[in-house]
Design a binder for this molecule. Structure first.
Ligand code: XBP
Ligand code: MG
Length: 242
Protein backbone atom coordinates (compact mmCIF):
# COMPACT_ATOMS: atom_id res chain seq x y z
CA UNK A 1 0.00 0.00 0.00
CA UNK A 2 1.27 3.43 -0.86
CA UNK A 3 -0.03 6.83 -1.76
CA UNK A 4 -1.78 6.51 -5.11
CA UNK A 5 -1.77 10.16 -6.22
CA UNK A 6 -0.23 13.55 -5.51
CA UNK A 7 -2.51 16.53 -6.04
CA UNK A 8 -0.59 19.75 -6.59
CA UNK A 9 -1.82 23.27 -6.03
CA UNK A 10 -0.45 25.61 -8.74
CA UNK A 11 0.24 29.22 -7.73
CA UNK A 12 2.89 29.37 -5.03
CA UNK A 13 3.33 25.58 -4.96
CA UNK A 14 4.57 24.54 -8.40
CA UNK A 15 6.26 27.92 -8.88
CA UNK A 16 6.39 31.38 -7.33
CA UNK A 17 3.88 32.94 -9.70
CA UNK A 18 2.16 35.58 -7.58
CA UNK A 19 4.56 38.39 -8.57
CA UNK A 20 3.66 37.75 -12.20
CA UNK A 21 -0.06 37.76 -11.34
CA UNK A 22 0.43 41.00 -9.39
CA UNK A 23 2.30 42.61 -12.30
CA UNK A 24 -0.52 41.62 -14.65
CA UNK A 25 -3.20 43.06 -12.31
CA UNK A 26 -1.32 46.37 -12.00
CA UNK A 27 -0.65 46.71 -15.74
CA UNK A 28 -4.30 46.09 -16.55
CA UNK A 29 -5.41 48.64 -13.93
CA UNK A 30 -3.06 51.16 -15.56
CA UNK A 31 -4.28 50.37 -19.07
CA UNK A 32 -7.87 50.89 -17.88
CA UNK A 33 -6.92 54.31 -16.46
CA UNK A 34 -7.68 53.19 -12.94
CA UNK A 35 -5.65 54.74 -10.22
CA UNK A 36 -5.18 51.40 -8.43
CA UNK A 37 -1.81 49.92 -7.44
CA UNK A 38 -1.44 46.68 -5.57
CA UNK A 39 1.91 46.81 -3.79
CA UNK A 40 3.33 43.72 -2.07
CA UNK A 41 1.90 44.29 1.45
CA UNK A 42 -1.54 45.02 0.01
CA UNK A 43 -1.33 42.02 -2.32
CA UNK A 44 -0.41 39.77 0.62
CA UNK A 45 -3.65 40.82 2.32
CA UNK A 46 -5.68 40.55 -0.89
CA UNK A 47 -4.40 37.01 -1.52
CA UNK A 48 -6.64 35.87 1.33
CA UNK A 49 -9.38 36.12 -1.29
CA UNK A 50 -8.71 33.28 -3.71
CA UNK A 51 -9.43 33.94 -7.37
CA UNK A 52 -8.47 37.05 -9.31
CA UNK A 53 -12.01 38.19 -10.15
CA UNK A 54 -13.16 37.70 -6.56
CA UNK A 55 -9.99 39.55 -5.40
CA UNK A 56 -10.82 42.58 -7.58
CA UNK A 57 -14.42 42.60 -6.28
CA UNK A 58 -13.22 42.36 -2.69
CA UNK A 59 -10.78 45.27 -3.29
CA UNK A 60 -13.50 47.48 -4.79
CA UNK A 61 -15.77 46.76 -1.84
CA UNK A 62 -13.12 47.25 0.87
CA UNK A 63 -11.51 50.34 -0.61
CA UNK A 64 -14.79 51.79 -1.89
CA UNK A 65 -13.42 52.31 -5.40
CA UNK A 66 -14.98 51.63 -8.81
CA UNK A 67 -18.63 51.93 -9.85
CA UNK A 68 -21.32 52.27 -7.20
CA UNK A 69 -23.83 49.92 -8.82
CA UNK A 70 -23.37 46.21 -8.18
CA UNK A 71 -24.05 45.19 -11.79
CA UNK A 72 -21.40 47.61 -13.10
CA UNK A 73 -18.99 46.45 -10.42
CA UNK A 74 -19.24 42.80 -11.45
CA UNK A 75 -18.97 43.71 -15.16
CA UNK A 76 -15.82 45.73 -14.50
CA UNK A 77 -14.32 42.96 -12.36
CA UNK A 78 -15.06 40.42 -15.10
CA UNK A 79 -13.52 42.64 -17.79
CA UNK A 80 -10.39 43.44 -15.77
CA UNK A 81 -9.90 39.80 -14.83
CA UNK A 82 -10.22 38.61 -18.42
CA UNK A 83 -7.67 41.20 -19.57
CA UNK A 84 -5.40 40.33 -16.64
CA UNK A 85 -5.53 36.60 -17.44
CA UNK A 86 -4.57 37.23 -21.08
CA UNK A 87 -1.74 39.51 -20.01
CA UNK A 88 -0.54 36.96 -17.43
CA UNK A 89 -0.25 34.35 -20.19
CA UNK A 90 1.56 36.82 -22.47
CA UNK A 91 4.02 37.54 -19.65
CA UNK A 92 4.45 33.78 -19.13
CA UNK A 93 5.18 33.22 -22.81
CA UNK A 94 7.95 35.85 -22.65
CA UNK A 95 9.49 34.84 -19.34
CA UNK A 96 10.85 31.46 -18.26
CA UNK A 97 9.97 30.56 -14.67
CA UNK A 98 11.52 27.77 -12.63
CA UNK A 99 9.56 25.20 -10.63
CA UNK A 100 10.06 25.49 -6.88
CA UNK A 101 12.88 23.44 -5.38
CA UNK A 102 12.22 19.71 -5.33
CA UNK A 103 8.96 19.86 -7.30
CA UNK A 104 10.42 18.32 -10.45
CA UNK A 105 12.33 15.67 -8.50
CA UNK A 106 9.17 14.53 -6.66
CA UNK A 107 7.14 14.52 -9.88
CA UNK A 108 9.76 12.36 -11.61
CA UNK A 109 9.92 9.97 -8.64
CA UNK A 110 6.13 9.69 -8.49
CA UNK A 111 5.87 9.00 -12.23
CA UNK A 112 8.62 6.38 -11.97
CA UNK A 113 6.53 4.65 -9.28
CA UNK A 114 3.38 4.87 -11.43
CA UNK A 115 1.67 7.19 -8.98
CA UNK A 116 -0.95 9.47 -10.46
CA UNK A 117 -0.52 13.23 -10.57
CA UNK A 118 -3.28 15.84 -10.43
CA UNK A 119 -3.83 19.57 -10.16
CA UNK A 120 -6.29 21.44 -7.92
CA UNK A 121 -6.06 25.18 -8.46
CA UNK A 122 -8.06 28.38 -8.21
CA UNK A 123 -6.68 29.84 -11.41
CA UNK A 124 -8.12 28.99 -14.84
CA UNK A 125 -7.30 26.09 -17.15
CA UNK A 126 -5.40 28.12 -19.76
CA UNK A 127 -3.25 29.74 -17.09
CA UNK A 128 -2.54 26.31 -15.60
CA UNK A 129 -1.56 24.77 -18.93
CA UNK A 130 0.62 27.78 -19.81
CA UNK A 131 2.45 27.52 -16.49
CA UNK A 132 2.96 23.75 -16.75
CA UNK A 133 4.42 24.14 -20.24
CA UNK A 134 6.60 27.04 -19.10
CA UNK A 135 8.18 25.27 -16.13
CA UNK A 136 8.17 21.61 -17.26
CA UNK A 137 7.90 21.68 -21.08
CA UNK A 138 5.24 21.32 -23.80
CA UNK A 139 4.38 17.72 -23.05
CA UNK A 140 3.94 18.10 -19.30
CA UNK A 141 0.12 18.57 -19.13
CA UNK A 142 -0.11 14.87 -20.13
CA UNK A 143 1.67 13.88 -16.93
CA UNK A 144 -1.46 14.85 -14.99
CA UNK A 145 -4.40 12.44 -14.89
CA UNK A 146 -6.72 15.15 -13.59
CA UNK A 147 -6.58 18.94 -13.86
CA UNK A 148 -9.25 20.67 -11.75
CA UNK A 149 -9.32 24.47 -11.95
CA UNK A 150 -11.37 27.43 -10.79
CA UNK A 151 -13.44 27.03 -13.96
CA UNK A 152 -14.72 23.64 -12.78
CA UNK A 153 -16.24 24.84 -9.52
CA UNK A 154 -18.95 27.07 -8.11
CA UNK A 155 -17.01 27.88 -4.93
CA UNK A 156 -13.27 28.56 -5.00
CA UNK A 157 -10.76 27.69 -2.25
CA UNK A 158 -11.00 27.60 0.78
CA UNK A 159 -14.07 25.62 -0.31
CA UNK A 160 -13.03 21.97 -0.88
CA UNK A 161 -14.95 21.69 -4.17
CA UNK A 162 -11.90 21.84 -6.47
CA UNK A 163 -10.26 19.01 -4.49
CA UNK A 164 -13.46 16.97 -4.68
CA UNK A 165 -13.49 17.43 -8.46
CA UNK A 166 -9.84 16.30 -8.64
CA UNK A 167 -10.64 13.19 -6.55
CA UNK A 168 -13.63 12.34 -8.74
CA UNK A 169 -11.53 12.62 -11.89
CA UNK A 170 -8.76 10.55 -10.33
CA UNK A 171 -11.37 8.00 -9.20
CA UNK A 172 -9.57 7.77 -5.87
CA UNK A 173 -10.57 8.30 -2.26
CA UNK A 174 -9.14 11.21 -0.28
CA UNK A 175 -7.04 8.97 1.95
CA UNK A 176 -5.29 7.41 -1.07
CA UNK A 177 -3.95 10.85 -2.03
CA UNK A 178 -1.77 13.62 -0.69
CA UNK A 179 -2.14 17.32 -1.50
CA UNK A 180 0.69 19.83 -1.71
CA UNK A 181 -0.26 23.42 -0.93
CA UNK A 182 1.43 26.73 -0.12
CA UNK A 183 -1.32 28.70 1.64
CA UNK A 184 -3.74 28.45 4.55
CA UNK A 185 -6.57 28.95 2.06
CA UNK A 186 -5.40 25.98 -0.01
CA UNK A 187 -4.72 23.85 3.09
CA UNK A 188 -8.27 24.49 4.30
CA UNK A 189 -9.65 23.42 0.92
CA UNK A 190 -7.63 20.19 0.81
CA UNK A 191 -8.38 19.32 4.44
CA UNK A 192 -12.04 20.08 3.81
CA UNK A 193 -11.93 17.26 1.28
CA UNK A 194 -10.14 15.07 3.88
CA UNK A 195 -6.88 14.89 1.95
CA UNK A 196 -3.63 14.72 3.99
CA UNK A 197 -1.71 17.87 3.06
CA UNK A 198 1.95 18.85 2.91
CA UNK A 199 2.57 22.60 3.05
CA UNK A 200 5.51 24.36 1.39
CA UNK A 201 4.85 28.05 2.23
CA UNK A 202 5.59 30.50 -0.56
CA UNK A 203 6.95 34.04 -0.43
CA UNK A 204 3.47 35.47 0.19
CA UNK A 205 2.17 32.88 2.67
CA UNK A 206 4.99 32.30 5.17
CA UNK A 207 2.97 33.92 7.98
CA UNK A 208 -0.20 31.85 7.37
CA UNK A 209 -1.61 29.44 9.97
CA UNK A 210 -0.95 25.89 8.79
CA UNK A 211 -2.62 23.91 11.59
CA UNK A 212 -3.85 20.58 10.31
CA UNK A 213 -0.99 20.06 7.84
CA UNK A 214 0.79 16.70 7.69
CA UNK A 215 4.03 18.69 7.71
CA UNK A 216 5.19 22.22 6.96
CA UNK A 217 8.54 22.25 5.18
CA UNK A 218 10.47 25.04 3.41
CA UNK A 219 10.26 23.24 0.08
CA UNK A 220 10.19 19.72 -1.40
CA UNK A 221 13.99 19.67 -1.81
CA UNK A 222 14.77 20.56 1.81
CA UNK A 223 12.08 18.39 3.41
CA UNK A 224 12.03 17.93 7.20
CA UNK A 225 15.64 16.91 7.76
CA UNK A 226 17.32 18.50 4.78
CA UNK A 227 16.36 15.49 2.65
CA UNK A 228 14.29 15.71 -0.55
CA UNK A 229 10.69 14.53 -0.12
CA UNK A 230 10.10 11.10 -1.68
CA UNK A 231 6.90 9.07 -2.23
CA UNK A 232 8.08 6.66 0.52
CA UNK A 233 8.58 9.54 2.96
CA UNK A 234 5.09 10.86 2.23
CA UNK A 235 3.61 7.43 2.94
CA UNK A 236 5.50 7.25 6.25
CA UNK A 237 4.15 10.64 7.29
CA UNK A 238 0.61 9.55 6.49
CA UNK A 239 0.96 6.28 8.42
CA UNK A 240 2.56 8.00 11.43
CA UNK A 241 0.49 11.18 11.57
CA UNK A 242 -2.49 10.85 9.23
C1 XBP B 1 -3.99 31.20 -6.10
C2 XBP B 1 -4.93 32.27 -6.39
C3 XBP B 1 -5.14 32.75 -7.76
C4 XBP B 1 -4.02 33.61 -8.34
C5 XBP B 1 -4.53 34.37 -9.54
O1 XBP B 1 -4.32 30.05 -6.85
O2 XBP B 1 -5.59 32.75 -5.49
O3 XBP B 1 -6.30 33.51 -7.74
O4 XBP B 1 -3.63 34.57 -7.38
O5 XBP B 1 -5.19 33.58 -10.45
P1 XBP B 1 -3.85 28.56 -6.40
P2 XBP B 1 -6.53 34.07 -11.17
O6 XBP B 1 -5.12 27.86 -5.94
O7 XBP B 1 -3.26 27.92 -7.63
O8 XBP B 1 -2.85 28.71 -5.32
O9 XBP B 1 -6.46 35.57 -11.37
O10 XBP B 1 -6.51 33.34 -12.49
O11 XBP B 1 -7.69 33.67 -10.31
MG1 MG C 1 -1.39 28.36 -3.96
Amino acid sequence: MTVRAIIFDVDGTLAETEELHRRAFNEVFREADLNWTWDQPLYRALLKTAGGRERILHYMRDFKVGPTHWAETTTLAGFLHKEKSELYRRLLSAEKLEPRAGVRRLIDAARAEKMKLAIATTTGRNNTLALLKNIFGEDSPHWFSAIATGEDVKAKKPDPEVYRVALQRLELSATACVAIEDSATGLKAARGANIPTIVTPSSYTAEDDFSGALTVIPDLETGEAGQPVTPAQIYEWIVDRG
